[in-house]
Design a binder for this molecule. Structure first.
Ligand code: COA
Length: 255
């Protein structure tokens, strides 16, 4: 249990709200556990017809908690709940809708590749700065992002941390709409409710036809092995230390 993730089930829509505003909704192991509980509840509870992911505050999420990453780097402990969450995303059979304001960093962007409808506020900014943190892409984004936006653009996002704004995300098919921020929640709620009133069997079959969960889970496994190795690398330790010390990392000493 964590107070940083709220769960509400109304009218067939299970809303999962990130609520760790003071840390830009950076995701801790406890939050991944609660998100996984939510996605697993959605699979087993027929009352849940749609899952809506949203966040409090001006940022969707600053991605994985870098303190947690640093802990993995130091202790070698596996981030069990992250893996559980990614697996639940890969195998989600009910529609996932996301409502995103402000920054969506790392997994904040890559989880959108698993959502069936993505609504952005006009101020949304999507980034996947894995290489700058001495990491590799995750959440099957090494497959899904180039497939959506092309290799060159995806590579620039991964390797150079290039950001994508809301209008561009809509133009290249990463998102459905860019809306004024004050309309985002109402439109997302309404969209999720409309989906919830559609025939659940047809929705599930359509989702199965549109994405191959087995392939996606396989790519996640391959990525995870490399991600864990990278997390424990001296380069990554330098990146996390630099973030904690609010300075730019210096990778020049690593070959
Ligand atoms: N993990 C842990 N804490 C984080 C965090 C993260 N990923 N992102 C932000 N925070 C914390 C900051 O340390 C700060 O805490 P403090 O107030 O106790 O010092 C607080 O959240 C606010 O962040 P700050 O950096 O001051 O906000 P900002 O508006 O200037 O910048 C971001 C926002 C998201 C651009 C910036 O915080 C950032 O780059 N975060 C790291 C993103 C990242 O690399 N994520 C991992 C991707 S794999």
């Amino acid at each position: 249990m964590t107070e940083h993730l709220r769960r509400d089930l109304t009218d067939g829509v299970l809303t999962l709200t990130l609520d760790r505003v003071d840390k830009k909704n950076a995701l801790t192991e406890a939050m991944y556990a609660a998100l996984s509980d939510g996605l697993e509840q959605a699979e087993s509870d027929p009352a849940v017809r749609v899952v809506l992911l949203r966040a409090e505050g001006e940022s969707f999420t600053a991605g994985n908690d870098l303190g947690d990453f640093a802990k993995v780097a130091m202790t070698g402990e596996n981030p069990v709940q992250v893996t559980r969450f990614l697996r639940a995303l890969a195998h989600a059979s009910k529609p996932l809708v996301a409502a995103v304001r402000g920054r969506a960093v790392g997994v904040g962007t890559t989880l959108l590749l698993h959502c069936d409808l993505v609504l952005l506020a006009e101020d949304a900014l999507l980034t996947t700065p894995f290489v700058g943190l001495a990491l590799v892409p995750e959440a099957a984004s090494s497959l899904l992002l180039p497939a959506r936006i092309g290799h060159a653009r995806a590579y620039a996002m991964f390797a150079l941390g290039e950001a994508m704004g809301a209008a561009e995300a809509v133009a290249c098919g990463l998102a459905n709409k860019a809306l004024p921020a004050e309309q985002l929640d109402a439109v997302a709620r309404d969209t999720a409710r409309r989906l919830a009133s559609q025939p659940a069997g047809a929705l599930a079959a359509t989702k199965r036809l549109m994405r191959d969960a087995g392939v996606i889970a396989g790519v996640m496994e391959t990525e995870s092995a490399q991600f864990l190795n990278r997390l424990r690398s001296p380069e990554a330790r330098e990146a996390f230390q630099a973030f904690a010390e609010r300075r730019a990392p210096d990778f020049s000493k690593f070959g």
